[in-house]
Design a protein around this ligand. Structure first.
Ligand code: MSP
Length: 506
């Protein structure tokens, strides 16, 4: 029987940029959540992809003397490669230039038009090409785009407008009924504040560019890139093509985004959906920025870091672990290489790696490398149960640092247990039963550590699983049953192996 449906998305990334650790941050978080929900037995649909239309792409292509299509075909694969390198377990990778998306967007546009929410007008305003968004004079910072710090362009054109101004009350009602629809709660306050100020209609078509989806009733216009981009989520869930699948996964459970695109996702998008008679997303979670030297990464500041550079030093698991645990998922946080080395050594090389090494070595030396029958069923029974319960509560709130913090508590408890019970002394004293019982507990704890850490460090978790003589992979196990004490079968052969996380020199 398929499990409960659970759908989640990352933003679709602009292809004129190359993947950097900011993009990877959202994507890894989504992957950890997807893997967690699969462990819980859910039928997960995890979507990512690339945003390939718009003025920025058209201009970069012109500058290079190639067609926009050639340009996106060259650059889009970099994102797929980056996510494959980071073990991102996406179920679909959508590109907005795919025919399935054109069809779906056109159908959607027509529905909104037929609902009477799209009208022709003249637009005169200040446009930031990097954001693909209009700004008002007072939103600018020092006359420049508040996000990119770059000059905006003065634009006058005949445009179609989406009547967002009609949706203020409906959005407020919706959010009153679903107070956790925007998370964390301070982002909800921001959204409510913005809606209460009064919403303005926004321009949703362009005649100045051709690189986009033409409006079905007036093909001289192409849809504004955000109008087309947001709909990727519905296209990929089967809108128009597979109604049963669409009903199963829509409304989406979680859109994970950075705070820079909150308004698009929590104001424009639900209004657009309401207009077409579709349900708004269940949850939008906006995390903060990952800063480098206190600043947001950008091409112009040349402070972008490619994920592969860090993977070369810390491995895929080391990369994933750092970004999920180093800072709370919500506020801004600063990246530093030194802090990454420190955390890697402390949490992965010392705590996780040493515990695995220590226990497996003792089990090989004292127990002949076979999982014993005996258990002491001591303090670790409660510690393991607590790790699971706390992890689950943290994951419910997308508090990844808290969730893995709970797993690392179990690691610390197991290390403390070893210090206290001293299996080497028990072995020396010839107490074979007690040695086996204490190590039996530790091996059992390691199994639970491998299982619960598998969403964030899938490779090391799978390797530890194998060394414990367990069949299959941790991701094939099902929670909560698999986290219960006593799941490690006696008699399995252990394999001590090389250190899972070799120490790094600072
Ligand atoms: N194409 C739009 C999104 C359309 S979604 C329907 C877009 N693309 S983007 O390439 O600029 O990616 C923005 C997203 O990348 C952010 O919302 C965030 O998820 C991630 N990040 C980019 N830089 C980031 C940081 N410096 N820190 C954290 N996340 C960052 O906007």
């Amino acid at each position: 029987m398929p499990g409960r449906p659970f759908s989640l998305t990352t933003p679709i990334y602009y292809v004129n940029d190359v993947p950097h650790i900011g993009h990877a941050y959202t994507t890894v978080a989504a992957d950890v959540l997807a893997r967690w929900r699969r462990l819980l037995g859910d039928d997960v649909f995890f979507l990512t992809g690339t945003d390939e239309h718009g003025l920025k792409v058209q201009r970069s292509a012109e500058a290079k003397g190639i067609t926009p299509k050639e340009m996106v075909d060259r650059t889009a694969p970099a994102f797929r490669r980056a996510w494959d390198e980071l073990d991102i377990s996406y179920d679909d990778f959508i590109r907005t230039t795919e025919p399935r998306h054109h069809r779906a967007v056109q159908d959607f546009l027509q529905r909104v038009y037929d609902a009477g929410d799209i009208e022709l007008g003249t637009y005169e305003g200040l446009y930031c090409v990097a954001c693909e968004a209009y700004y008002t004079e007072d939103e600018l910072v020092g006359g420049n785009c508040p996000v990119h710090g770059r000059p905006v362009e003065h634009v006058v054109e005949e445009n179609y407008f989406f009547k967002l101004s009609r949706y203020g009350d409906r959005l407020l009602e919706h959010y009153a009924r679903h107070p956790d629809a925007v998370q964390p709660d301070y982002r909800m306050n921001e959204v409510l504040g913005f809606i209460r100020q009064g919403l303005h209609d926004f321009s949703m078509s362009r005649t100045s560019i051709t690189w986009g989806v033409p409006l079905p009733w007036d093909p001289a216009h192409v849809a504004y890139v955000w109008f087309d981009a947001l709909f990727n989520y519905c296209t990929a869930m089967g809108y128009g093509e597979d109604p049963a699948r669409f009903d199963r996964f829509w409304p989406v459970d979680y859109h994970l985004i950075g705070k820079d695109i909150l308004r698009f996702h929590a104001v424009y998008w639900p209004a657009m959906l309401m207009s077409a008679g579709l349900a708004p997303p269940k949850h939008v979670f906006a995390h903060g920025w990952l800063l480098v030297g206190g600043e947001k990464m950008s091409k112009t500041k040349l402070n972008q870091i490619a994920p592969s550079d860090l993977v070369a030093d810390f491995g895929v698991d080391g990369f994933r672990y750092h970004f999920m645990v180093d800072q709370r998922f919500g506020p801004d946080g600063d990246f530093s290489y030194e802090a990454m080395v420190t955390r890697y050594n402390a949490d992965l090389a010392n705590n996780f790696g040493n515990l695995a090494n220590r226990v497996l070595n003792m089990a090989v030396n004292y127990l002949g490398g076979v999982v014993p029958d005996e258990r002491a069923d001591g303090v670790l029974v409660d510690a393991a149960a607590r790790a699971y319960t706390q992890m689950e509560a943290h994951m419910e709130r997308l508090d990844f640092a808290g969730a893995f913090g709970s797993v690392w508590e179990l690691i610390r408890a197991t290390n403390a247990y070893i210090e206290e019970r001293q299996p080497w002394a028990l072995n020396k004293a010839g107490d074979a039963k007690a040695t086996a019982a204490v190590l039996g507990d530790c091996l059992e704890a390691l199994r639970i550590v491998a299982l619960l850490s598998s969403p964030v460090i899938p490779r090391a978790a799978a390797e530890l699983w194998r060394r414990l003589g367990l069949p299959g992979r941790p991701q094939d196990a099902r929670l909560p049953a698999a986290a219960a004490w006593g799941g490690l079968p006696a008699g399995a052969r252990l394999d001590k192996g090389a250190p899972l996380f070799p120490r790094k020199e600072a």
